[in-house]
Design a protein around this ligand. Structure first.
Ligand SMILES: [Cu+2]
Length: 161
């Protein structure tokens, strides 16, 4: 048997959920971030890291603050740069997305590093990625994208952080 108190709490929770749903629908309708050409480099069994690449265009000034994927335990945003003739990469906390300008995440530049892979990433499959973008006013929005897997097994890239 439920006490009247429990019922009130339940009712309150239901209302909160409805409100949350409404807020989510609202932010979806105002989604201002476009993702194109998302792909992930295939990883052979036993390979622990691979890269994800895509093009991001935000209508308003924003920054990419977080990327998640169910295939990797750790996901980092990396920047590649040439140092003394060597390609090195380092993790960066955020990437600025200037208003209306396409920012490319591509081999040799910014990329998304999928680390501690939980499963092989096979050609022809797609990998879900969830990007969190923070607007100038601090509001966060998530964008889900499916990245196509291709280009298996090209040289085991050395990782120098
Ligand atoms: Cu990297």
């Amino acid at each position: 048997m439920r006490s009247p108190g429990t019922r009130t709490a339940l009712l309150r929770a239901t209302r909160a959920l409805a409100l949350a749903a409404a807020v989510c629908a609202g932010s979806l309708a105002h989604a201002q971030v476009k993702i194109e050409n998302a792909w992930v480099r295939g990883a052979v069994p036993g390979q622990l890291t691979t890269g994800a690449f895509l093009d991001v265009t935000s209508q308003a000034e924003a920054k990419l603050v977080r990327v998640e994927s169910p295939v990797a335990a750790v996901v980092e945003i990396h920047a590649s740069e040439m140092k003394n003739g060597l390609m090195t990469m380092r993790a960066v906390p955020t990437v600025t997305l200037p208003a209306g300008k396409q920012v490319r995440f591509a081999p040799g530049g910014y990329h998304i590093m999928l680390m501690d892979l939980k499963q092989p990433v096979k050609n022809g499959e797609s990998v879900p990625l969830k990007l969190t973008v923070e607007a100038a006013d601090g509001k966060r929005e998530t964008v889900d994208v499916k990245a196509q897997v291709r280009g298996v097994g090209t040289s085991q890239q050395t990782h120098q952080h």
